[in-house]
Design a protein around this ligand. Sequence first.
Ligand SMILES: [Zn+2]
Length: 411
Amino acid sequence: MLNLPANVVTGTPRIEKDRIGGDLVIVPVRPYSRDMGRCARCGEHDRPYDRLPARRWRHLDIGCTRLLLEHAPQRVDCAEHGVTVAMVPWARRQSACTRDFEQRVAWPGVHAPRSAVSRLIRVDWKSVGPICRRVADDLRSQRGAGLFDHLRSIGVDETGCRKGHTYMTVVVDHDRGHVIWMHDGRGQKVFDLFFQALTPARRESIRVVTGDGARWIDECVFRWCPMAERILDGFHIVSRATDALDKVRTAAWREARKTGTAGKGAKDPVKGARRALLKDPGRLTAGQKAQLECVANTNETLWEAYKLKERLRMILRQTAGEAAPMLRQWAADASLSGIKEFSKLGEKIDRRRFDILRTIRSGLSNARLEAVNNRIKTTIKIGYGYRNLDNLIALVMLKCGGLNLQLPGRQ
Ligand SMILES: [Zn+2]
């Protein structure tokens, strides 16, 4: 009934009062003798050193009552690690909570902001991040180096967090749709660290590297896995067009405001149409369709820019043979459109035309790459308050790293 961890010998539970008069259930526990006297860092059996005063570990609540496990831990003298507190089977090293309790915190931790988790489970909000990190480290070490086995196509991206003040480099395994590596910072030096973590055989197994058009990606791929094909991410190409379209929209709205023809706030046809313009046309609501129609009738430049963006998206869905002439035509039309943002983009796309065709030929599903990318971004938003970047990385790993995070008792 108490859902105590397996592998412990339990004594008689007792009830105590906490500082504010609430009930606490205290259960004295100890490991089985075969689990006693092990170093917490290497797990080896060691010589006993001494015994520390009793400590408590927070375990899963019983109903609304907190439950604490109580044990006076032994210290052991490890040949390698010196005098350390012995391992206890119910908790991770240097944690005041049981493994089950930590899973219980980490699971909602990847879905909800930590303030919500903190209230739901009655745990200090500052400990949510470190708990997620311990769980992620543990799950990752269970997977061992296997995380980097059989890599075939990988993607690299830099993601801004904290309103773009900090950047993270994220590496995704496209075949499994998982984040496999993440590091704070961006650029060539950071991406080098990823390749340094791989054995030469693992580097050689990589056949495809996707990413945006940044030169540092080209350089790293050339240096570390020259046999791999370097491909541009389809969604990065589309997002360039989307960014250009948004700039055209902002300019149009400013112009309308200057001439006094703008509506108020979101009611203005141009300002209010932002979502409608940027969204996939297949998923527009009736209201958004009407907004687009209004743009088509009132703002020629913006409508032209919108059509260019949609055409580019359609081209990326064609086969490479069909796309080649369409892409050339698109680049020419964009360059001559007279819209500054799209003229520039047209030239850029013309320059990287063959890279884009390679993207199409690779058959990597753009929608899937984008979905993984979006999942990473939402997780980073959830971890917005995390001061410690390692905790944030742990959060992304738990949510997008393919780690098997389960609620306690539901394996
Ligand atoms: Zn040791």
